[in-house]
Ligand binder design. Structure first.
Ligand SMILES: *[C@@H]1O[C@H](CO)[C@@H](O)[C@H](O)[C@H]1NC(C)=O
Ligand SMILES: *[C@@H]1O[C@H](CO)[C@@H](O)[C@H](O)[C@H]1NC(C)=O
Ligand SMILES: *[C@@H]1O[C@H](CO)[C@@H](O)[C@H](O)[C@H]1NC(C)=O
Ligand SMILES: *[C@@H]1O[C@H](CO)[C@@H](O)[C@H](O)[C@H]1NC(C)=O
Ligand SMILES: *[C@@H]1O[C@H](CO)[C@@H](O)[C@H](O)[C@H]1NC(C)=O
Ligand SMILES: *[C@@H]1O[C@H](CO)[C@@H](O)[C@H](O)[C@H]1NC(C)=O
Ligand SMILES: *[C@@H]1O[C@H](CO)[C@@H](O)[C@H](O)[C@H]1NC(C)=O
Ligand SMILES: *[C@@H]1O[C@H](CO)[C@@H](O)[C@H](O)[C@H]1NC(C)=O
Ligand SMILES: *[C@@H]1O[C@H](CO)[C@@H](O)[C@H](O)[C@H]1NC(C)=O
Ligand SMILES: *[C@@H]1O[C@H](CO)[C@@H](O)[C@H](O)[C@H]1NC(C)=O
Ligand SMILES: *[C@@H]1O[C@H](CO)[C@@H](O)[C@H](O)[C@H]1NC(C)=O
Ligand SMILES: *[C@@H]1O[C@H](CO)[C@@H](O)[C@H](O)[C@H]1NC(C)=O
Length: 415
């Protein structure tokens, strides 16, 4: 059995390759409310600063989940430090944070607003041009009352969760829970939770849940959508790109073969920029399962007309502006675009069916990772395709040899 002698070592090479590719890691350290005086932060959660130290540089994540939830990612040298000024934070001013040296790259996302829309025609698509009061209501994420629920850390990952049980904005009051769980990773792996997104040492993961939120009484077919504002220190003044591509297998996310990459120009061009990645699926039950899933649909990014207004009070604005001369100008040459994601699918029964919606994405630096075939799939494919192929070749050879030797015999007989 000569082919086994070839197959087994080559499988070992594949296994070795899969193991070593997981290679490098970042070491995670984190701090809640760094330097905050008791009088401001006594027991309450304001800011988390996470450092992910790699072999060549440090990724800083600054998560501010107190008003408009915002996440800032900054790539710096090992020497750079981040400092927070709590007088400025208390007043929502841009001097809230500063870097000791200019970061190599900055990327931020802000959960700017949520929309509740009345999908009377059951299309599953959110019409951003229809501003009619009978079609859409805007929920400003600042008016949720966020409370910290989770803080776990070790040297390889960190997670922080916040939850709001009330939305109050003037006359609009909503009960129900909105949850965000942010997780930073220092290593390459698939996340434990469906849709098992792939994370690298450059990635953190955000999980967003709308659970039992009161819907507008005058709307019969409520669905929700979310606006994300993306900010990048990209050099090229062009657009954020959305690339949907088919992944090779659905081993990690049953039934979902598509990956959505949202890339800044620097990520798309040179793998040196920020990106978001997800599978276009949302779960309508806390028991995540294909049977309990619906679509997450992305809409093309738009330029933001008044970026300072949208980003006011967030640490993303501080992160981009603190060391600059004036807030009015610091975003001028910066990429600021907004994109919407809506949840739901034609004939899925609307939000009211389960009153639950969960969506997960990753945010990172570099190039969005591609799903590779896992070792298991490689084994199955190489055995499934390799064995029959080998059998065909071997039996072909045997028949050929037989025929040739028979011909020889015939020749001899013919004489
Ligand atoms: C902080 O909270 C504790 C208990 O909740 C309280 O006893 C203490 O007085 C508070 N300190 C300040 C400075 O508010
Ligand atoms: C760190 O830098 C070295 C030398 O430039 C490079 O070979 C290596 O791939 C880098 N490591 C990472 C994780 O980027
Ligand atoms: C970091 O600081 C040390 C000492 O202050 C200096 O020797 C080194 O060159 C700095 N490294 C970088 C990348 O700036
Ligand atoms: C940014 O501002 C801080 C505080 O004012 C200062 O310590 C730091 O050196 C500045 N960083 C840069 C890159 O100018
Ligand atoms: C629903 O369809 C009707 C008829 O096609 C159309 O007039 C109406 O504008 C649609 N409503 C929405 C919210 O798109
Ligand atoms: C906007 O939505 C309302 C309510 O569903 C509908 O009556 C109206 O036709 C829509 N307008 C457009 C321009 O689609
Ligand atoms: C947030 O937590 C504080 C203190 O634990 C509590 O008083 C408050 O009611 C909570 N708010 C919400 C909206 O759960
Ligand atoms: C929200 O909850 C409060 C207290 O549980 C209740 O009084 C109120 O009616 C609820 N509001 C809605 C819109 O369900
Ligand atoms: C879907 O969700 C419902 C309600 O939460 C649950 O009863 C059911 O078991 C779930 N279905 C699957 C296939 O998980
Ligand atoms: C946004 O503005 C930039 C620079 O002004 C321009 O190049 C780009 O085409 C605009 N993008 C959109 C989607 O309008
Ligand atoms: C930046 O934008 C502001 C407001 O639009 C404008 O007044 C200012 O001149 C711009 N600055 C630069 C350097 O382009
Ligand atoms: C992760 O970040 C490093 C910079 O430290 C970069 O060189 C590398 O390409 C990034 N990795 C991925 C998978 O994007």
């Amino acid at each position: 059995m000569a082919w086994i002698r070839v197959l087994i070592p080559s499988l070992w090479i594949v296994a070795y390759y899969c193991a070593t590719v997981k290679g490098w890691e970042r070491e995670i350290t984190s701090e809640l409310n760094p330097g905050c005086p008791d009088i401001l932060c006594n027991g309450t959660f304001r800011i988390a600063h996470i450092k992910a130290k790699g072999p060549n540089d440090t990724l800083h994540y600054v998560w501010d989940l107190t008003k408009k939830p915002s996440l800032l990612l900054a790539l710096t040298t090992h020497n750079a430090t981040v400092s927070f000024d709590w007088d400025c934070i208390g007043n929502g001013k841009e001097c809230s944070m500063s870097f000791s040296e200019k970061p190599l790259y900055r990327f931020g996302i802000v959960f700017n607003k949520m929309w509740e829309f009345n999908d009377v025609n059951d299309t599953g698509i959110f019409d951003q041009t229809n501003k009619s009061n009978s079609y859409v209501r805007v929920l400003n994420t600042e008016h949720f009352s966020w409370n910290r629920t989770v803080f776990d850390q070790d040297s390889r990952s960190v997670s922080i969760g916040v939850k709001s049980e009330k939305y109050v904005n003037g006359n609009t009051v909503k009960n129900g829970t909105v949850k965000l769980l942010v997780k930073g990773f220092g290593y390459l792996d698939h996340s434990e939770m469906l849709p098992h997104l792939l994370h690298t040492p450059n990635t953190s993961q955000v999980d967003f849940v709308i659970d039992g939120l009161t819907t507008e009484p005058s709307f019969s077919n409520s669905r929700f959508a979310l606006e994300l504002v993306l900010v990048g220190s990209d050099q090229t003044a062009s657009n954020i790109q959305i690339v949907e591509h088919q992944s090779l297998d659905d081993e990690h996310a049953p039934g979902v073969f598509t990956l959505v990459d949202v890339e800044t120009p620097d990520s798309a061009g040179s793998a040196k920029g920020g990106y978001l990645q997800w599978r276009p699926v949302a779960y309508i039950s806390s028991v995540r399962d294909v049977a309990n899933s619906t679509d997450a649909t992305i809409y093309s990014p738009q330029n933001v007309t008044n970026p300072v207004e949208d980003l006011k009070g967030t640490l993303v604005l501080s992160g981009f502006c603190s060391n600059d001369t004036g807030t009015e100008t610091c975003l001028n040459a910066t990429l600021v675009q907004a994109t919407a994601v809506s949840f739901g699918l034609k004939e899925d029964g609307f939000y009211k069916k389960t009153k639950y919606m969960a969506w997960t994405f990753t945010m990172g630096y570099g190039k969005p990772p591609d799903e590779d075939f896992s070792l298991l799939v490689i084994l199955v494919i190489s055995i499934g395709l390799g064995l029959p192929a080998l059998l065909i070749i071997v039996s072909g050879l045997v028949m050929l040899i037989r025929r040739v030797s028979r011909k020889k015999d015939d020749l001899f007989l013919g004489r």
